[in-house]
Design a protein around this ligand. Structure first.
Ligand code: Q9C
Ligand code: ZN
Length: 343
């Protein structure tokens, strides 16, 4: 049996955010390089199941098809931040009168929607390679070289918008993958991170060729707070092509599988896409310090099996998941559930 190709580049480890502030407390930043290392190690332990490929570069054009040039300029401005220093966006202007200058790092808050997503001289490098992993995983699937591929994307992407960053995300890796696959057909994105994929939703909100579905914790209580409600269904041509599903805190496998089988699968099948992208966060894990669902390591294999039953060429993009010790095992479990796609 074939192996699942895994895309990762060591450059993604360059960026190490140190802190964020939650309820006035300075805490260790959850989006650590150890997350990627946990996943890498777990995949490496099973060489008969996974083929780890060093991600090559991403063309700048692929970033620019999803993000505007000001955001890209801001990240290159951040490359001038002195080594060891970090810029935490802290001034978020009233947008009507602001005259943003992406060459001025003090203006970063214009391009940002939360204070937990810092910039330093390595942000650009890591975020670009993270996007590259998603892009090349999608390309592998688009070329028909594999029916499933996994991008070990880190930093994550699904909160990042066309022109703004936040929620630990800089480039929207899943959206970049979707744009690549759109060259070959229609795409459904299913986001199983604990948080609503607000960036992905926004990017495709008026698009009827990309179906976006997100299953997440209640935004009344959880990040990103201002989006992720069921009444957000898309607009213009895209009306009816966005779906938000809220599950209660404490949800385990039973409601999760029921949601997949009775809502998500029928919606994807009705859309008849050519490709499936899974924005896969594991902050739905029972021990996750941020999410409040209660999925177990074994549960991810079952979730993978249900998503594999759609039988579409599938690109999996890594999103959140902050209980580092078990993160790698959770990813492996999920990908094992998808192995049926290879045969
Ligand atoms: N420290 C992703 O999972 N802040 N982003 C939560 C708790 C934002 C999570 C505060 C969470 C963003 C990709
Ligand atoms: Zn998340």
């Amino acid at each position: 049996m074939d192996k699942i190709p895994v895309f990762f580049n060591i450059e993604q480890l360059n960026f190490q955010p140190k802190y964020e502030w939650v309820l006035g407390k300075k805490i260790k930043h959850p989006e650590t390089t150890r997350r990627a290392q946990s996943i890498y190690r777990a995949l490496k332990k099973e060489p008969e199941a996974f083929d780890i490929i060093t991600t090559p570069e991403i063309p700048l054009l692929a970033l620019r098809q999803t993000h505007n040039s000001q955001l890209i300029t801001l990240y290159s401005t951040a490359q001038n931040i002195p080594e060891g220093e970090t810029f935490h966006p802290c001034v978020f202007p009233q947008r009507k009168t602001a005259q943003p200058d992406p060459n001025n790092i003090n203006h970063a808050g214009f391009f940002c929607f939360d204070s937990g997503t810092p910039l330093n001289n390595n942000t650009w490098t890591a975020a670009t390679w993270s996007a590259a992993s998603a892009y090349h995983a999608a390309k592998q699937v688009g070329r028909g070289k594999s029916r499933v591929a996994y991008a070990l994307s880190r930093p994550p992407g699904h909160h990042a918008n066309k022109e703004s960053f936040g929620g630990y995300c800089y480039f929207n890796n899943a959206a970049i993958a979707a744009r690549e696959l759109r060259k070959k057909g229609r795409v459904a994105i299913v986001d199983i991170d604990f948080h609503h994929g607000n960036g992905t939703q926004d990017i495709f909100y008026e698009n009827d060729q990309v179906l976006t579905i997100s299953i997440h914790g209640n935004p009344k209580r959880h990040f990103p707070f201002f989006a992720g409600f069921p009444e957000e269904v898309g607009s213009g041509k895209g009306k009816g092509f966005n779906m938000n599903i809220i599950l209660p805190d404490g949800s385990g496998l039973k409601p999760y599988l029921k949601t997949l089988k009775t809502i998500v699968l029928p919606a994807v099948q009705h859309f008849e896409p050519d490709y499936l992208i899974i924005a896969a966060g594991f902050d739905t894990y029972i021990h996750d310090p941020i999410g409040s669902f209660e999925l177990s390591t074994q549960d991810y294999e079952k979730i993978g099996q249900v998503l594999a039953s759609i039988k579409l060429p599938t690109t999996v993009i890594q999103e959140g998941g902050y209980f580092t010790r078990d993160l790698g095992d959770n990813v492996v479990s999920f990908l094992k559930g998808l192995k049926g796609l290879l045969s």
